[in-house]
Ligand binder design. Structure first.
Ligand SMILES: Cc1ncc(COP(=O)(O)O)c(C=O)c1O
Length: 446
C-alpha cells in the first residue's frame, strides 16, 4: 500500500513528525486501520462525525443521488438543495429566511461576514469576534479567529476584525467570581466596544454561542446578553455553529437553549451538517437579512455551492438526527459523561476544570497546580505527559482529542453506552497516572 507520508501535506503538524494510522473503514463510533486495528473515536475525528462513521442512511442517499445526478451549477435549481434549505430553515426556526451553501466552515464564516456587510449597508463594516476562538484556516477566517495561530498568519485589522476577550469563566478576563457574571461581563464589553467604534461602523459580531474547539464553554448568561447588546445597537449577530450545531451541545443549534429571543441574525454550519460524510457548509440568514439582500446583486459565488451529492447527504443526515432522536440522546449521554468527568476531577488533582455537559461535548483542563490554576502547558503547546496519555489511549484502542492543556471529548452521538463507559474508565485510569507522574516532577498539585 502506498504511504502518503512523503507525498501529502498534512494539516496542523510538522510534516516530518507525521505518523498517523491509515483508516480504511468505519462503523458507528469505530474506525478501522489498514493494519487491522479498531479504534474507538472519542472526538468524532475533527468534532464533525456526529452520526458516526459510514452512517447507512447517509451512504445510501449519496449512492442514490450519484446515480441520478452528481452535479448541477448553483445558478440552476437542484431538488436536494431545495429540500435541504427548507429543512434547515424549519429546524433552526429561521422562518422566511434563506440558506447559502458553502464547502465547509471557513467559507461559511467568510460568507456570513460578506452578507452581514452587504445587508447592513455599512460598507466594509467592522466585525467583532473573540480571543480564543476558531473560525477556520482561510485568511479572513483566520483573522476572525482569536487563535494562537492567527498572529503568524493573518492580521485581524486588515480584515476589519476587532477581537475582544472571551467568557472564559475558569480564568475570567474580567476578574469576576461566578460563571454567570463572567458571561454577562464578556457580553457587556461587546456592547461597549460597539459604542466605542460607533454602531454605524460595526456590521456584525461573530461568535461561537456555547462551545468551540479552543475549549471555551460560554456560561449560560453570555449568549442572551450578547443578543440584547447587539439588538439594542442595530448590529447583526452571527452564530458560528460549525462545531456546536447538530446536537453537539444538546440542541439542534446551541443558541436554541436560550429560546427564540436569542436567535442570531445569521448562523454558520458545516461538520455535522452531513456528519462529515461529504464536505458541505451553510450560512442560514434571517428573514430580515434575506429581505435586505434580495433586491441587491449578490456579490459572491462558488462553483460547488449546494452540490447535489452534498445536499443529498445533508438531507439524509438531518433525517437521521430526527429519526434516531440523536439530539435528545446527546443531551442524556452528555449529562452522564459530564458527571463521570466531574467525579474524575474530584479524584485527580491535575484536573483543574471540567466544562460542557449540555450534550456530548466536554473539556477537561489540566493544571500543574489547582490553587494557582497554572496550566499544565502554555496554550497551544502540548505537554509530554498529555502526549503520553494520548499515545497510551491509542495503544488501548481509543482516540481522544486534545489541544494544549485541554482534552476535548466529543464522541459521535451514536456511540454505544458501554463503549462510552469503557473509554471513560480508561481515561480515569490514565488521568490518575498522569497526576502521579506530574507529582513526581515536583508540581504542587494543591
Ligand atoms: C467553530 C468552528 N468554526 C469554523 C471551523 C472551520 O471549519 P472548516 O475546517 O470546515 O473550514 C471550525 C473547524 O474546526 C470550527 O470548529
Amino acid at each position: 500500500m502506498s504511504n502518503e507520508r512523503d507525498t501529502v501535506l498534512h494539516t496542523w503538524c510538522v510534516q516530518l513528525d507525521w505518523n498517523a494510522p491509515t483508516i480504511i473503514g468505519g462503523a458507528g463510533a469505530r474506525l478501522f486501520t489498514a493494519d487491522g486495528r479498531s479504534i474507538l473515536d472519542m472526538s468524532s475525528l475533527a468534532e464533525c462525525s456526529n452520526l458516526g462513521h459510514q452512517h447507512p442512511a447517509v451512504v445510501r442517499a449519496i449512492r442514490a443521488q450519484a446515480e441520478k445526478l452528481c452535479f448541477v451549477t448553483s445558478a440552476w435549481g437542484a431538488e436536494p438543495r431545495a429540500r435541504l434549505a427548507e429543512k434547515l430553515l424549519e429546524k433552526s426556526g429561521f422562518d422566511g429566511g434563506r440558506v447559502f451553501f458553502t464547502l465547509g466552515g471557513a467559507d461559511a464564516n467568510e460568507h456570513a461576514v460578506k452578507f452581514a456587510r452587504q445587508a447592513s449597508k455599512k460598507g466594509i463594516g467592522r466585525i467583532i469576534s473573540r480571543d480564543r476562538s476558531y473560525h477556520g484556516a482561510s485568511y479572513a477566517a483566520m483573522a476572525l479567529s482569536g487563535d494562537a495561530r492567527t498572529a503568524s498568519q493573518a492580521s485581524p485589522a486588515m480584515f476589519g476584525v476587532v477581537h475582544v476577550p472571551p467568557p472564559y469563566a475558569y480564568r475570567c478576563p474580567f476578574g469576576t467570581t461566578t460563571d454567570d457574571e463572567c458571561g454577562r461581563a464578556a457580553a457587556r464589553l461587546v456592547g461597549r466596544v460597539i459604542d466605542t467604534h460607533g454602531a454605524e461602523t460595526v456590521a456584525a459580531v461573530l461568535m461561537e454561542p456555547n462551545a468551540g474547539t479552543n475549549g471555551i464553554v460560554a456560561p449560560d448568561t453570555f449568549w442572551p446578553q450578547l443578543r440584547r447588546e447587539t439588538s439594542e445597537r442595530g448590529v447583526f449577530l452571527i452564530a458560528d455553529e460549525v462545531m456546536s450545531g447538530f446536537g453537539r451541545c444538546g440542541e439542534w443549534f446551541a443558541w436554541q437553549r436560550h429560546g427564540l429571543e436569542a436567535r442570531p441574525d445569521l448562523m454558520t454550519l458545516a461538520k455535522g451538517l452531513t456528519g462529515a460524510h461529504v464536505p458541505l457548509g451553510a450560512v442560514v440568514l434571517s428573514a430580515e437579512v434575506s429581505r435586505a439582500l434580495e433586491p441587491q446583486m449578490l456579490m459572491t459565488g462558488l462553483t460547488y455551492s449546494g452540490h447535489p451529492l452534498a445536499c443529498a447527504a445533508g438531507l439524509a443526515a438531518l433525517e437521521s438526527y430526527e429519526n434516531e432522536a440523536l439530539i435528545a440522546r446527546s443531551r442524556s449521554l452528555g449529562g452522564e459523561m459530564f458527571a463521570r468527568l466531574k467525579a474524575m476531577q474530584a479524584k485527580h488533582a491535575a484536573i483543574g476544570d471540567v466544562r460542557g455537559g449540555h450534550g456530548l461535548f466536554a473539556v477537561v483542563e489540566l493544571v500543574r497546580d489547582r490553587a494557582s490554576r497554572t496550566p499544565l502547558a502554555p496554550w497551544d503547546w502540548m505537554h509530554s505527559l498529555l502526549r503520553e496519555l494520548l499515545g497510551e489511549a491509542m495503544e488501548a484502542g481509543v482516540s481522544f482529542g486534545a489541544r494544549g492543556n485541554l482534552l476535548l471529548l466529543a464522541p459521535p452521538l451514536v456511540i454505544d453506552e458501554g463503549e462510552l463507559a469503557d473509554a471513560l474508565d480508561l481515561l480515569d485510569r490514565l488521568l490518575g497516572q498522569l497526576t502521579a507522574k506530574l507529582a513526581a516532577t515536583g508540581s504542587p498539585l494543591r
